[in-house]
Design a protein around this ligand. Structure first.
Ligand code: SF4
Length: 243
């Protein structure tokens, strides 16, 4: 009972801290104390029912099994010949929020980790702007091997690789998917919905999961004025996540 009251008070604090009108992706240091307290409550399992959807039952072992037995050995498309490392995805296997991009770049290929270059650093800031950490969410791409010269993924490569992403989604069972850019948005919501500029700002459904499309961080690096629209999308995600 005491924990419930404490939780209600914290949730009020969270609403207060997240109701500002930030226009950038600067971390909200004022909320750090609240975040620490929430983290402590989560570790005591007091947050169950508020933060965790009890209908979800992700299976972290299934994710590991998929990676080690299927993806790590994959030679289904020609990208297997040029990759240095497979970039499977990373983050919390039990995350309620999943970010999906299109394909690894050079730094991701070198490290085997998704979104670690300049665009990845911006994605980390974007995640932190809604009071989450990278480790709280799950980050993956449609394609697990780097297309040479960072060219766009080809249709046959996406068709070959897409079953792995679909399996990741079905194992993690996120409540919210944020698609990053044209390719992952089209993959998740279909090509018939329009350009990324016209679908962002709207909500879609992917097999019961809410989908919020937004711009790819690489696009934001080239077009900083679009950050404002992505911030609107992130506020929507924050509202769904902390509802
Ligand atoms: S891109 Fe996907 S399908 Fe192609 S080799 Fe890599 S893991 Fe396999």
């Amino acid at each position: 009972m005491e924990g419930t009251e404490e939780l209600k008070r914290l949730m009020e604090d969270v609403k207060y801290f997240i109701s500002d009108n930030k226009e950038s992706f600067t971390f909200i240091s004022a909320a750090s104390d609240v975040k620490k307290e929430i983290s402590a409550l989560k570790s005591k399992n007091i947050m169950k029912g508020y933060i965790d959807n009890e209908k979800r039952s992700p299976n972290p072992d299934a994710l590991k099994f998929l990676k080690e037995t299927k993806v790590n050995k994959c030679t289904k498309c020609a990208l297997s010949k040029t990759r240095k490392n497979i970039v499977f995805g990373e983050g919390s296997p039990e995350s309620r929020l999943m970010f999906i991009g299109e394909a690894p770049g050079a730094e991701e290929d070198n490290t085997g980790r998704p979104f670690v270059g300049r665009a990845g650093q911006l994605l980390t800031k974007i995640i932190e702007s809604i009071n989450l950490k990278r480790e709280d969410v799950y980050i993956a791409n449609i394609i697990k091997c780097r297309p040479p010269e960072n060219r766009n993924p080809m249709e046959d490569e996406m068709v070959s690789c897409a079953p792995f992403l679909k399996e990741q989604i079905s194992i993690i069972k996120p409540e919210i998917i944020c698609t990053l850019g044209k390719f992952s948005t089209e993959f998740i919501i279909g090509k018939d919905k329009g350009a990324i500029s016209s679908v962002r700002g709207k909500e879609f459904d992917y097999e019961g999961t809410t989908v919020i499309p937004t711009y790819h961080p690489s696009y934001l690096l080239r077009n900083p004025s679009a950050k404002k629209e992505t911030w609107e999308d992130m506020k929507k995600i924050r509202g769904l996540y902390f509802k």
